[in-house]
Design a protein around this ligand. Structure first.
Ligand SMILES: NC(=O)C1=CN([C@@H]2O[C@H](COP(=O)(O)OP(=O)(O)OC[C@H]3O[C@@H](n4cnc5c(N)ncnc54)[C@H](O)[C@@H]3O)[C@@H](O)[C@H]2O)C=CC1
Ligand SMILES: O=C(O)C1=NCCCC1
Length: 312
């Protein structure tokens, strides 16, 4: 059996982290740790945002046996875990893969997702279109580069659900996008981005209740009072809305929906999540600053109204 140790994070400056991720495998007779730095990328930096090294020890005597590059394992393992979760959770009707972000994880997710699942269409959005075009033209198959995250998520389904747009004008734009994409059953969204997010202003309880609709088309929302600034909710929701497990203080932003946890414990997703809405687990709360991870999570509000410069 393999036992992941307790992961820890060290941060010197805002948006600069060193993660230590130990594990022991009796089966492989391996004691190891990954060391990974992740820094918010600056415009003038050529360094990758995530840089990893794996140290391998002899578990009997504790001696260091090997120092390995950790970039490939980080790219492939992360995408592989997303793929496993997707295999278990994806609605059968999903045909469209939507990737938000065009970095390392976007590529590795594209590769494994296209190998394992029969998507008929891939849509890609990145805040700098140039990078999305570069990724799209370097992968094997056809990828449609979209001008906005909304287009990537809603896409041609716009027409199908256009009626809903008219019917629900009392909702703000962000909320509508969520509603529309919840109805977009063919869509699987896999996001790979990091962002300096705004804090999410949770609407007052009871104003934004959601439940599954009887017709199975997605969620219906309870009416809520209209707001003067519809983008008031831009940002990420509180972690409590996403995961119910105890979270190691300070690591909230690294919790993914049941997929990846620096506490070493699986993070159960909200009981209200079903196959119809799992791909819209909102992105995660950010205590101090900037990194918002997670493949398989989606924060449309943050993406649509990203406050960061578009240098990537
Ligand atoms: N759960 C896990 O095990 C792992 C999670 N990750 C997370 O996956 C995400 C992607 O990582 P990489 O692909 O390696 O990073 P990367 O630096 O190669 O790519 C980041 C992408 O996000 C986009 N982006 C950055 N800030 C943005 C913003 N404010 N608004 C919109 N788009 C923005 C960039 O344009 C770029 O396309 C990161 O959040 C990272 O922390 C990465 C490795 C492992
Ligand atoms: O390499 C990993 O695993 C990471 N997990 C969460 C944040 C970035 C790196």
């Amino acid at each position: 059996p393999t036992a992941p140790g307790s992961r820890s994070l060290f941060s010197t400056l805002s948006a600069r982290f060193l993660g230590v991720m130990p594990a022991y495998s009796a089966a492989d007779d391996a004691l190891t740790t990954k060391l990974v730095t992740f820094y918010e990328r600056r415009g003038d930096s050529a360094a990758p945002s995530h840089q990893a090294t794996v140290l391998l020890f002899d578990p009997r005597c504790g001696s260091l046996r090997a120092v390995l590059d950790g970039s490939v394992i980080t790219a492939k393992r992360t995408a592989a875990v997303s793929a496993i979760a997707t295999k278990l959770l994806m609605p059968r009707s999903a045909e469209v893969l939507c990737i938000l972000g065009a970095g390392v994880q976007a590529r590795s997710h594209y590769e494994i997702f296209m190998e394992l699942f029969p998507f008929t269409e891939v849509r890609l959005w990145n805040r700098s279109e140039q990078r999305a075009v570069r990724l799209a033209s370097s992968v094997g198959g056809a990828v449609r580069v979209c001008g906005t995250a909304r287009e990537a998520v809603v896409g041609e389904l716009n027409e199908r659900v256009g009626r809903d747009l008219k019917d629900h004008q009392e909702y703000d734009d962000t909320y509508l996008t969520q509603q529309l994409s919840l109805k977009a059953e063919r869509l699987l969204t896999c996001s790979a981005f990091q962002s300096r997010g705004e804090r999410y202003q949770s609407p007052p309880l009871g104003t934004r209740q959601q439940h599954q609709s009887r017709d199975g088309l997605g969620w219906k929302a309870a009416l809520r009072p209209s707001r003067p600034n519809p983008l008031l909710y831009a940002g990420t929701p509180p972690i409590a809305q996403v995961a119910h497990s105890p979270i190691q203080p300070g690591l909230e932003c690294f919790q993914a929906g049941g997929i990846h946890s620096l506490t070493g414990q699986p993070v159960p997703v909200s009981h209200s999540l079903t196959v119809k809405n799992f791909f819209l687990i909102p992105s995660l709360n950010l205590r101090s600053s900037s990194l918002k991870p997670f493949p398989l999570t989606l924060s449309l509000p943050a993406l649509i109204k990203s406050p960061s410069p578009s240098f990537l």
